[in-house]
Design a binder for this molecule. Structure first.
Ligand code: BGC
Length: 477
């Protein structure tokens, strides 16, 4: 018996993935950094179309900005210099996303070898420099050709994504040990896509989302969750020796006025919409009943099938990627009960993505441990921007004190949670560089490295040095 046990354990450990080092990383996404929007046979993504045809940044920041050039990160000469900066920073992992339409220009079907080769080279270059790639398969740059077939609303989208993920796993799966299927289904569907559609339809306040539009989008969000589960199943069927997870944009939700019952209720509802709606299917295989009821009141045709639930329940992620920026501070607003009503809390310093409240990162991590079975967790984004003053280039340097302080306090909060038994295995700063910030173009800087967009010069900021010191201080154990 004993001998069988030994053999069984040995077999298990030869196939099971083991994470020895704590990951210290920075993150980016393809559309936000790569540029080269038409190079080497790449097809168009919806973001190419949103920015070039519909000028979505014009609607929000009054400037016509696109990711056509971005940080020129597609260029090997450029990215090799950037990898050298990563080494200087001391990170041991880099999270980036693959552009779907570089690999498959129409989203499904014919493969573009030049696109595949580009990422093979990039992955090899990272590995040669001792930096582990953490690959996001989809970070919002959906293929335009598939958007014209209904996008994530089309049930076929689950298959489209699975084919694309299969190509990535079979091409890079021997070298890449960590895959993230999807970045932030909530913000992708209920924020970015809704805002883009509002801009295209010339709605006067593009960030005001109606009950009707939100409840329609729930189907698209469901297809994303099914696509995630299907891709995890595919990954496992290939017998690869890494791990696969998904990244959620999570945030504790707080009432704007904690004396108001209506605001308190709104905060509980928002927790259901933003957090539980995604966490529950991932770890419990089901949607939370209260929010399901709410969506179905407005969209009775939304009826996930038994087969859908089976697929969700059978394919839990190996790890949960957590993007945390700020708590969501909400108030009751009957005109948009499903939409994130992202208010500023007057007690806190405000960053672009909300108030600076590191203690809520700690709360969130402990909650995931207690309510969701303490899965392996990696913080896959955390960071901030504060506007011009903090990112001012003066005498060749940028003293971004607010960002430096933000990083320090959030890393401390994360490490405290880890000490309390949270299964946290990595921290990723967003972002190494200033980059294209969706509807805000180049006006919202989040980087540890300043980008001079006229010259593409890179200038490490104070936060770069602070992060470097924090990595040294906490080490890899
Ligand atoms: C997204 C990033 C974005 C960042 C900063 C996250 O929600 O994943 O793409 O740039 O927030 O706003």
């Amino acid at each position: 018996m004993r001998i069988f046990l030994v053999i069984f354990t040995a077999l298990l450990s030869s196939t099971a993935y083991s994470q020895s080092n704590f990951l210290w990383a920075t993150a980016s996404s393809a559309y936000q950094v790569e540029g080269a929007w038409q190079a080497d046979g790449k097809g168009q993504s919806i973001w190419d179309v949103y920015t070039n045809k519909h000028q979505v940044t014009q609607a929000i920041i009054n400037e016509n900005q696109t990711g056509n050039l971005a940080l020129n990160e597609y260029d090997r000469k450029q990215y090799l210099q950037d990898i050298a900066l990563m080494k200087k920073l001391g990170i041991n992992s880099y999270r980036f996303s693959i552009s779907w339409t570089r690999l498959i220009p129409d989203g499904d079907g014919k493969i573009n070898q030049a696109g595949l080769d580009h990422y093979t080279q990039f992955i090899d270059d990272l590995l040669q420099n001792g930096i582990e790639p953490m690959v996001t398969i989809y970070h919002w740059d959906f293929p335009q050709a598939l958007a014209e077939k209904g996008g994530w609303h089309n049930p076929e989208s689950v298959k489209w994504f699975d084919n694309y993920a299969h190509l990535i796993f079979t091409t890079y799966g021997k070298k890449v040990k960590k895959f993230i299927t999807i970045n932030e289904p909530y913000f992708n569907i209920f924020w970015a896509e809704l805002a883009a559609q509002n801009i295209i339809n010339k709605v006067s306040n593009p960030m005001a989302f109606t009950t009707e539009s939100c409840s329609k989008e729930v189907l698209a969000a469901h297809h994303l969750m099914l696509a995630n589960a299907k891709a995890i199943q595919t990954y496992r069927s290939l017998g690869l020796k890494g791990i696969v997870g998904v990244t959620l944009g999570l945030a504790p939700t707080l009432p704007l006025n904690d004396q108001s019952d209506a605001d308190k209720k709104a905060a509980i509802r928002q927790d259901g919409i933003q957090n539980r709606w995604f966490l529950d299917p991932l770890f419990k295989g089901t949607y939370p009943a209260d929010i399901l009821r709410l969506y179905q009141q407005h969209n009775p045709s939304f009826q996930p099938s038994a087969a859908d639930y089976t697929l969700l329940a059978a394919n839990k992620p190996d790890f949960l990627g957590i993007n945390y920026y700020a708590p969501s501070i909400v108030n009751e607003d009957s005109s948009m009960p499903f939409a994130l009503n992202w208010q500023n809390n007057p007690d806190s310093i405000k960053s672009f993505n909300g108030p600076v409240r590191p203690e809520y990162l700690h709360h969130l991590l402990v909650r995931l441990k207690n309510e969701y079975g303490n899965p392996m967790m990696i913080i896959t984004e955390n960071g901030a921007g504060f506007g011009d003053k903090d990112d001012e280039l003066a005498n060749g340097s940028v003293q971004d004190n607010h960002r430096a302080d933000y990083l320090k306090r959030h890393i401390e909060a994360a490490m405290a949670a880890r000490k309390e038994g949270v299964n946290l295995q990595g921290y990723t700063a967003w972002s190494l560089f200033d980059n294209f910030e969706w509807f805000y173009g180049y006006t919202s800087r989040f980087g540890l490295v300043y980008i001079n967009y006229k010259t593409q010069e890179r200038i490490p900021k104070k936060s770069f040095l602070v992060y470097k010191d924090l990595i040294k201080k906490y080490g890899n154990k």
